[in-house]
Design a protein around this ligand. Structure first.
Ligand code: AMP
Length: 285
């Protein structure tokens, strides 16, 4: 496994890799969710490139950029075990030299939900992903549904800018009690870790209510919000949206997505799930 820190070395390394290349962008502190993306990339590609980069431009002032969890030796061991071909771990100065001045915006999609609460966040995400896509030039890139809005934004951007990397979505990997795996879960106190399962319970409650015949988006949103509040979480949003435009849905006809964001003390968690009425099955897609 090669560990590469500069753009020039990454460019040189990519031309020696067997194709197709599968690319897994991460911010490190890897867990089984990241590993699932690496395994999927392996199943579909001849080489796998993982990037580890805590991207400063996607953190707002006052957010947790400085204290975002980092453990490079452990990450490298996990990548080695998962037979990754190249780990690309550039420094911030390598990605953002002092005269850096170009940013990517995915208008509309970037302003909703996470974007409304964290203005500028998705500009940072889209910019770094565009840059990484250009440097790695993979045939496919693997993203988790865990960050559902990010996935839609990256997919839109790759299409709009002809980046020639297919964006592949992978299911959310969860702890046994349903909590979505996240690098930020390490911040949770023991009590808050117990409470955090409310996110998964809220998503499950909305799905059950839909199967019971309730198709009003606002009723399902209220169900989720009430459940989170009762569990002691501060809710940023609990929404039922169209799966690709992310616009709120008043009536669920075919398929929708439930999106949640809530805070437990200093920790902010997001989660989401598909919502499908009983009459809608995978085969109808
Ligand atoms: P991050 O390191 O948090 O920026 O995440 C890197 C990639 O891993 C993104 O595509 C995430 O959506 C994905 N990811 C994070 N957590 C999970 C999870 N629990 N299940 C599946 N994918 C995940």
């Amino acid at each position: 496994m090669q560990v590469i820190e500069t753009l020039d070395h990454m460019r040189a390394a990519r031309s020696a890799l067997r194709r197709p290349i599968g690319f897994v962008p991460t911010m490190g502190y890897l867990h089984d969710g990241h590993v699932s993306l690496i395994h999927r990339a392996h199943a579909e590609c001849a080489s796998v490139v993982v990037s580890i980069f805590v991207n400063p431009t996607q953190f707002l002032p006052g957010e947790d950029y400085e204290r975002y969890p980092r453990d490079t030796p452990r990450d490298l061991a996990l990548c080695e075990k998962a037979a990754v071909s190249v780990v690309f771990a550039p420094t911030p100065a390598e990605v953002y030299p002092p005269d850096f001045a170009s940013y990517v915006e995915v208008t509309g999609l970037q302003d909703r939900w996470e974007g409304a609460i964290r203005p500028g966040h998705f500009r940072g995400v889209a910019t770094v992903v565009a840059k990484l896509f250009r440097i790695v030039q993979a045939e496919r890139a693997y993203f988790g549904e865990k960050d559902y809005q990010q996935l839609q934004i990256v997919r839109r951007m790759a299409l709009d800018l002809c980046l020639d990397t297919d964006v592949i979505s992978c299911p959310t990997i969860r702890e046994p009690d349903g909590l979505a795996m996240s690098s930020r879960n390490v911040y949770l106190s023991a009590d808050d870790r117990q409470r955090a399962v409310a996110l998964f319970r809220a998503l499950s409650a909305a799905q059950s209510q839909l199967l019971g015949g309730e198709t009003s988006g606002s009723s399902l949103s209220s169900t989720m919000k009430d459940l989170l509040v009762k569990a002691g979480l501060d809710v940023d949003y609990a929404a039922v949206v169209h799966p690709s435009s992310l616009e709120p849905l008043e009536r669920i006809g075919r398929e929708a997505r439930a999106l949640l964001a809530a805070r437990l003390g200093p920790v902010r968690l997001i989660d989401n799930a598909p919502l499908r009425p009983a009459t809608w099955s995978e085969t109808q897609k």
